[in-house]
Design a protein around this ligand. Structure first.
Ligand SMILES: Nc1nc2c(ncn2[C@@H]2O[C@H](COP(=O)(O)OP(=O)(O)OP(=O)(O)O)[C@@H](O)[C@H]2O)c(=O)[nH]1
Ligand SMILES: [Mg+2]
Length: 231
């Protein structure tokens, strides 16, 4: 469904933008905004839900400039010990206005014994991708991790998107059941057209980039909303 996105941040900025006009690229034009916007995006979710896999697929599919090599600090069994982190730069095209964006992308560890490091990773976050696990036996962990995130975002008022990963699994929980468990609305989308839940297969990269892009758009809206409130 095509949605109108309207950003009004002054008299001659962005108006009546269609979502399908938005793309990320390393190309720019003289119309680019001079200001560089810097954001921190965190991948959050229970242990082994696929946060690090999202991070790697995003890095591979990313069509902009990667500013540093990125790190991925793992235990020997492939669990995230500290965090994965990378800084990327891209121009976000909103109609004929381009935003110059630098995003730091980090994934937290899902391991509960390192809970305190998760709080550190969330510190200063501008947006969060919640990575839920489709495995039926992970529902309690999904709920617990989601509750933690909601209590954090209530305080900081930052946007988040919810993805349900591992949709390739035969015994995957239904999206309806997942929504019920997490107390989410039953509609497919919110009023602004963003999905309530993004079905994702991080292993193959399906919907990874789309989910990230939709969050970035919300982060930008939030940024300008806060900026206007300060004026
Ligand atoms: N079937 C399937 N497996 C997946 C998918 N995404 C990730 N996995 C697998 O799930 C396991 C955990 O993936 P990670 O990306 O390491 O998960 P994580 O959330 O970073 O885990 P922690 O850092 O330990 O919290 C790995 O074996 C992945 O291959 C998916 O879309 N489908
Ligand atoms: Mg990880």
């Amino acid at each position: 469904m095509e949605e109108d996105i309207i950003l009004s941040v002054g008299s001659n900025d962005v108006e009546d933008i269609k979502k399908n006009e938005i793309e990320m690229s390393k190309e720019t034009t003289p119309k680019a905004l001079k200001e560089i916007l810097q954001f921190k995006i965190v991948y959050w979710g229970p242990g082994e839900s696929g946060k690090t896999t999202n991070y790697f697929r995003l890095r591979e599919k990313f069509n902009g400039i990667i500013l540093n090599k990125g790190v991925s600090i793992e235990t020997t069994d492939g669990r995230t010990l500290w965090q994965d982190s990378i800084r990327i730069s891209f121009f976000l095209n909103l109609g004929d206005v381009k935003f110059n964006i630098i995003a730091q992308i980090v994934t937290c560890t899902g391991q509960e014994r390192f809970l305190q490091t998760r709080e550190y990773v969330l510190d200063g976050a501008d947006g969060v991708v919640f990575v839920g696990d489709s495995k039926l036996q992970k529902m309690e962990q999904n709920k617990r991790s989601f509750r933690e995130l909601v209590s954090f975002t209530k305080k900081t008022k930052i946007p988040y998107v919810i993805q349900l990963n591992k949709r390739d699994l035969e015994s995957a929980v239904t999206i309806e059941e997942f929504k019920k468990q997490l107390g989410l609305p039953f509609s497919d989308t919110y009023k602004d057209g963003t999905a309530v839940v993004y079905p994702v297969i991080a292993l193959s990269g399906e919907n990874v980039k789309e989910c990230f892009e939709d969050l970035i758009i919300q982060v930008i809206f939030n940024y300008f909303k806060n900026k206007l409130n300060l004026i």
